[in-house]
Design a protein around this ligand. Structure first.
Ligand code: GLN
Length: 494
């Protein structure tokens, strides 16, 4: 078989089972693809030796007849997952040199199934950003390049994961979504990104950004692959107090293709001012596709959705300022060089000033401000009350019989690297207008590539599911994937 790195997870699994290829061959194909992908800056720490060992072990396991769905499947891992003895620095200078001495539950689950570790993937520092430009490793470049030669963002914060999957450097990748970081990069790269219900996947060993919003999930080439990979990543984990005590169902078995009689809600508040005709048209066309498959399309209202973005940009920095207090130059990573006479306060100040990038410093300052005694009620508590109302809106929609909600993933296709005005950070935050709402409500969501825009760049649509119903959500997503017939791939230039 040739071009093994271009296989889907399902395709590779079936080829491995039939003996048409081996995990070692698959892994070598991915390692060669990664070696030739420097211009994308997606992989930031390769682990080829580890990959070769794990692939050989996977082949033994397949021969012995006890393969699981991810056995022998080469994957990439977002930098913020701790992998034992592999650099894991959440794309931050402050974690320079940090080698975790333990394994995140998600990666452990993948290795237990026999998946193969190819290396660490680029991201925005601590997950803060929507373009992977806030990274100590430099920006990831979207594999989708048009005739204009412009380097575009692969989205963020999981831009490395999305670019790597879109460019066939790996068969699937882990990612995290605090406010859209799985779904938005997936939409920008023509890949599938699934953020599970909060509590479905363990956060243990995932370098924290905002703990009440963080959730890990897969970025893959197809919806079926997302079902397979989520099944391997999810678990009930005593090491994470917010991990839900719910058995992990067989997500692939949920892909029946039958959505007859299901109700899909179209939230009117997502039809924001200035929404392009192109995205609006795509929204109507995809609703029509679900209708043709037998679903009922219902207009719904989520009255507080319009407050989601401001509430998110209070709550996420508040939690970040607290989570990031641990980086003090003492316990992990990098410590600033100190001058004669510098004491412990100077050490904290210098270490944090040079260890954190500008966006992280901004979030720490915003977070500290909104949590300060004088402003706690005006900002943080108010945002928490808004969050409760947003959740109630969704609860009411689902209680009225809605099975899933359809909305755009992003307000535009991938924008050019360097095009955001750094003096106006809100411009970047506005990219998250369609994604953050579900994080505040703890719900699962998936972005499915459905079309190319007029320029020839991928666009994704988002489906939001009922809590714990990822199987049903994946089934809707697969119906949309089939109906839209999206199969475009970026032309190789790297
Ligand atoms: N862009 C959002 C932020 O910067 C979301 C990031 C994420 O989901 N990690 O906070």
């Amino acid at each position: 078989m040739s071009d093994l790195n271009k296989l889907t997870i399902a395709g590779a699994r079936d080829a491995l089972a039939k003996g048409e290829t081996s995990a070692v061959e698959l892994t070598e194909a991915c390692i060669s693809a990664i070696d030739a992908s420097g211009a994308l800056n997606a992989f930031v720490h390769g682990t080829p030796d580890m990959a070769r060992q794990m692939a050989a072990a996977a082949d033994q396991r397949i021969k012995a007849g006890n393969a699981q769905p991810m056995t022998g499947i080469p994957v990439g891992v977002k930098d913020l997952f701790c992998v034992k003895n592999v650099p894991s620095q959440s794309a931050s200078r402050i974690l320079d040199g940090f080698l975790p001495q333990y394994e995140s539950t998600v990666t452990q689950n993948l290795w237990d199934q026999g998946a193969v570790m190819l290396g660490k993937l680029n991201q925005d520092e601590f997950g803060m950003g929507s373009s992977t430009e806030n990274s100590v490793y430099g920006a990831t470049v979207n594999p989708w390049k048009l005739g204009d030669g412009v380097a575009r963002t692969a989205g963020g914060s999981s831009g490395g994961s999305a670019a790597a999957v879109a460019a066939d450097l790996c068969l699937g990748a882990t990612a995290t979504d605090t406010g859209g970081s799985i779904r938005q990069p997936a939409a920008f790269t023509g890949t599938v990104g699934l953020r599970p219900t909060y509590g479905r996947v363990s956060r243990w060993g995932v370098i924290a950004y905002a703990s009440s919003l963080d959730q890990a999930g897969p970025i893959t080439k197809t919806v079926r692959d997302a079902a397979i990979m989520l099944g391997a990543m999810a678990s009930v984990d005593a090491k994470d107090s917010t991990s839900a005590e719910r058995p992990v169902p067989d997500y692939e078995a949920a892909l029946t293709g039958d959505i007859r009689g299901k109700k899909i809600g179209i939230p009117k508040e997502y039809r924001i001012e200035g929404l392009s005709d192109e995205i609006d048209g795509l929204w109507s066309r995809t609703a029509e596709m679900l209708k043709d498959a037998g679903a009922e399309i219902v207009d719904i209202s989520l009255p507080h959705a319009k407050y989601a973005l401001p509430a998110y940009y209070v709550i996420a920095p508040a939690e970040a300022s607290s989570n990031l207090a641990r980086y003090d130059g003492v316990r992990y990573g990098r410590r600033a060089k100190l001058g004669a006479g510098d004491g412990v306060v100077e050490m904290y100040e210098k270490t944090r000033a040079e260890g954190f990038g500008p966006e992280v410093r901004r979030r720490v300052m915003i977070g500290t401000y909104v949590l300060s005694a004088g402003f706690y009620d005006a900002y943080y508590n108010r945002a928490r009350r808004v969050r409760a109302l947003i959740k109630r809106d969704f609860d009411q929609a689902y209680a009225s019989g809605i099975d899933a909600i359809l909305a755009p993933t992003t307000p535009s296709s991938a924008f050019a690297l360097g095009s955001a005005d750094s003096s106006n950070p809100v411009e970047m935050y506005l990219n998250d207008v369609f994604t953050v709402t579900l994080n505040l409500a703890g719900l699962p969501g998936i972005s499915v590539p459905v079309s190319l825009d007029q320029q020839g760049l991928p666009l994704g649509m988002q489906l939001i599911g009922r809590p714990w119903e990822e199987g049903e959500l994946l089934n809707f997503a697969q119906v949309l994937e089939n109906a839209s017939g999206f199969v475009a791939k970026p032309t190789r230039w790297w």
